[in-house]
Design a protein around this ligand. Sequence first.
Ligand code: BJW
Length: 255
Amino acid sequence: MPVKSNAQSPVGSTGGPGILPERPAIVVLTGAGISKESGLATFRDADGTWNRVRIEDVATPEAFETDPLMVQSFYNARRAQLADVHPNAAHIALAELERRFPGEVLLVTQNVDDLHERAGSRALIHMHGELKKARCLNCGAVLSWPGDLTPDSPCDRCRRLGQLRPHIVWFGEVPLEMDRIQTALEHCRLFVSIGTSGTVYPAAGFVWTAGQAGARTVEINLEPGNGASLFDEAFYGPATRVVPEFLARLDLTAI
Ligand code: BJW
């Protein structure tokens, strides 16, 4: 699958360059498992999204070129679902960590939902994009887009019709903010991975980068992920229980 660059697209993060720390002591990576108990499906569990729809039909640039209406409908439904779900105890515990820790924390999420920001996290990167944004293929604008997107929606900036796509990183596209994430991983002292199967790269390789740089690496998941052997420590169980417990026990003065 050829890799396409998202270079045209500006910052994919919530916090913005002023808020995002360059060399945080703690980097947290989250995946779909953290939002599962809020009511959002994961991808690869038995009841996951990829057992319901084919990746090739909805999550590649080729799918969008072939059938934009089908792809827009898939993302419209998932965007609409965000109105019915709420941040859970794991999202809230991570937002509290950011407030409580005297140093800097960077939260990198693979999730395209908005539950981390609704819980109060600010230093946040959405490396696979955001459901509530659209991107213009003509002018590159990244627009806030809370409602449905149609194949002929006009761009708010250049006014061209039919050029907007979901601001989502599909297979074969380069995730957002990779330089910033790489620098953070190379300088952090604690790396915590939560609710991800460790299947999709480059996120699946972050534990290796952080470990090579000397960070303590911790996996929190329902069950061991694909990269389980790469972590120094692991805590298994539902995120709403294990994440608050782990963070409550963490000695913040020792990081
Ligand atoms: C709980 C829980 C509870 C449940 N509590 N836990 C061979 C061919 C072609 C491509 C490739 C290839 N080999 C590698 C590639 C690259 C490809 C890739 O990795 N493919 C693999 C599948 C093999 N990657 C890419 O194409 C990426 N781009 C890229 O690599 O560019 C090159 C480049 C990179 C860097 C620099 C320069 C160049 C892009 C990947 C885009 C991924 N997009 C998606 C969909 C878009 C968003 C959307 O529609 O929502 O992102 S795929 C999907 O997977 C989504 C997720 O973010 C991502 C990760 O999934 P996640 O979060 O791990 O979910 P699950 O379901 O897998 O796991 C959930 C976990 O939670 C499980 O472990 C459960 O146990 C656990 N859990 N309940 C705690 N209550």
